[in-house]
Ligand binder design. Structure first.
Ligand SMILES: Cc1ncc(COP(=O)(O)O)c(C=O)c1O
Length: 436
C-alpha cells in the first residue's frame, strides 16, 4: 500500500485521537540499524528510536534471531507456568538494577508497570496517597493518567484522588522563580508541604522519573532526589522510580538514570527500551515489597513474562553489554551534547539544551529573555528535518521541546550527520520566521 492508501484506512478505521507526527503523517515500512524507510522508499536516520524503544537499532540480528528461535519453540505460556527465559531475565534484572532491587513482575507496557508499582507501594505501606511531580507522564490507564501532570494527556473523567503533585525541579522555568544553586533546591521542600497539606500525613510513595521524558527531558539538579526521597521515607513512603524512558543505559554511565542522583528506589518500573520494541513492562522491587504482595489476593498476567518478549529482552541486554554499554553511551552522549550546544550558540530560537547521555532535549523559545514557548517553530523544525531525512521527537507541557534519543548503537558519524541536518533545519526555520 502507498502512503495515501494507508492514511485513508487510518482515518476510516482507527480512532482519530491517535497522535500522528508531521503535517502529512509518515507510514514506515522497514528498518535496519539506525535507519528506517517509509513506504515510498525514502530513508531516515532515526533519532527518536520509536520513542526511546529500539535500544540497539531496528531489526538487530541478535534480537531477531532470539525471537525467531523462540516463536518456533513456544510463543506463549502465561504466568501460570514458569519458563526459562522468564527466570533468566528476572535474574539479569536483579543484576543490573541498583541497590537491593531483586524481584520482578513482568507485564506488557510502562502503564501497566506503573499501575503495578502503585498497588505494591500501597499494599506494602498500608497507606494510600502517592506524591508525584508536575509535568510527569506515567501512562494511559486511569491511575497512571492520575499521576500524569499534563492536562493534555488526561483523557476521561475518572482520576484518583490519592495522587498529589509537588513542584517540579524544572530549573529553566523554576516554579519558585529562583536560580540554581543559590535556591538551595528549595523545590524539594514542596514535597513535604504537599504531604502536610493535602494528604493524611502518611504516604504510600513518592513517584518520579529521574529525567522527565514526555515532560521535555527535564533534568533535576543533582541534589534533588536525595532530598525528595528522604522526605518520602520520613512520611512512611517508598520511592517508585519510573525508568521507562531513562532505563537500559540511555542516560550513560549507569544502567539506570537514578544512579546519577545517588539514591536507591524500593520500586523501579521499566518498559520501552527493555526488549527493543517487543511489548514488555517490568516492576522490580526490594524483596520485602514483593513479599508483602503474597496472601493479599490473586494476580496473573496473561502475556506478562511471555517466552518471546523475554527472549527479545535477554538478547537486547546482551547486545547493549557488547555493543553500547553505559560507559560508551556517556561518550557518544557527550559528542551529541557538544554539537547541540554549538547549535544553541548559533540559533536564538534554542532556549535550553539539557539531558544526559543519549537523552538530550532542546527547548525552543521565541525570545530567550521572556522564554515564550515556540511550538510553531518546533512544528516547522519537524517538517524541515523530515525533508532532510532525520526523525526526531517532541514533548514538554507547551509542545516546545525537541527530544533527541537515537538508538544506543548510534555512531559518531551518524550523530554528525544528524547535527548537520539539524543545523540546516534550524537555519531554514530561522529564515522563515525572520529570526536573527
Ligand atoms: C516515563 C514514562 N512512564 C510510563 C509510560 C507509559 O508507557 P507505555 O506507553 O508503554 O504504557 C511512558 C510512555 O511514554 C513514559 O514515558
Amino acid at each position: 500500500m502507498n502512503t495515501q492508501e494507508i492514511l485513508e484506512k487510518q482515518r476510516k478505521y482507527l480512532w482519530p485521537n491517535h497522535i500522528l507526527y508531521y503535517t502529512e503523517p509518515l507510514p514506515l515500512d522497514h528498518g535496519e540499524g539506525n535507519y528506517v524507510w517509509d513506504v515510498e522508499g525514502r530513508r531516515y536516520l532515526d533519532f527518536f528510536g520509536g520513542i526511546l524503544t529500539t535500544s540497539v537499532g531496528h531489526n538487530h540480528p541478535r534480537v531477531v534471531n532470539a525471537v525467531r528461535e523462540q516463536v518456533g519453540k513456544l510463543i506463549h505460556s502465561s504466568t501460570l507456568y514458569p519458563n526459562e527465559n522468564h527466570v533468566l531475565l528476572a535474574e539479569k534484572m536483579a543484576e543490573i538494577t541498583p541497590g537491593r532491587l531483586q524481584q520482578s513482575f513482568f507485564t506488557n507496557s510502562g502503564s501497566e508497570a506503573n499501575e503495578t508499582a502503585i498497588v505494591a507501594a500501597q499494599t506494602f505501606t498500608d497507606h494510600r496517597e502517592v506524591v508525584a511531580l508536575r509535568h510527569a507522564y506515567s501512562g494511559r490507564t486511569s491511575l497512571t493518567m492520575s499521576v500524569t501532570a499534563h492536562a493534555n494527556w488526561k483523557l476521561g473523567k475518572s482520576f484518583s484522588p490519592d495522587i498529589k503533585h509537588a513542584l517540579n525541579p524544572y530549573c529553566y522555568r523554576c516554579p519558585l522563580k529562583m536560580s540554581y544553586p543559590s535556591c538551595g533546591v528549595a523545590c524539594a521542600q514542596d514535597i513535604e508541604d504537599v504531604i502536610k497539606t493535602t494528604t493524611s500525613g502518611r504516604i504510600a510513595a513518592f513517584m518520579a522519573e529521574p529525567i522527565q521524558g514526555v515532560g521535555g527531558f527535564i533534568t533535576p539538579p543533582p541534589e534533588y532526589f536525595k532530598l525528595a526521597v528522604d522526605i518520602a521515607h520520613h512520611y512512611g513512603g517508598v520511592f517508585i522510580c519510573d525508568e521507562v524512558q531513562t532505563g537500559f543505559g540511555r542516560t550513560g554511565e549507569y544502567w539506570f538514570g537514578i544512579s546519577h542522583w545517588g539514591v536507591e528506589p524500593e520500586i523501579m518500573t521499566m518498559a520501552k527500551g527493555i526488549a527493543n520494541g517487543l511489548p514488555m513492562g517490568n516492576t522490580i522491587t526490594v524483596p520485602e515489597v514483593a513479599q508483602a504482595m503474597t496472601g493479599r489476593g490473586l494476580t496473573l498476567s496473561t502475556f506478562g513474562g511471555n517466552p518471546t518478549s523475554t527472549a527479545a529482552s535477554l538478547a537486547t541486554i546482551e547486545a547493549i553489554e557488547e555493543e553500547a554499554p553505559p560507559a560508551a553511551i556517556a561518550l557518544t552522549g557527550d559528542h551529541l551534547r557538544g554539537g547541540l550546544e554549538r547549535l544553541w550558540e548559533k540559533y536564538p530560537l534554542i532556549g535550553d539544551v539539557r539531558g544526559k547521555g543519549l537523552m538530550q532535549g532542546i527547548e525552543m523559545v521565541t525570545n530567550r529573555q521572556t522564554k515564550e514557548p515556540a511550538p510553531v517553530a518546533v512544528a516547522q523544525l519537524f517538517e524541515e528535518t523530515r525533508a532532510r531525512g532525520l526523525l526526531i521527537g517532541k514533548g514538554g507541557l507547551f509542545g516546545n521541546v525537541i527530544r533527541i534519543s537515537p538508538p544506543l548503537t548510534v555512531t559518531i558519524e551518524q550523530i554528525d550527520e544528524a547535527l548537520a541536518i539539524l543545523d540546516h533545519a534550524f537555519g531554514a526555520v530561522h529564515e522563515t520566521l525572520g529570526v536573527n
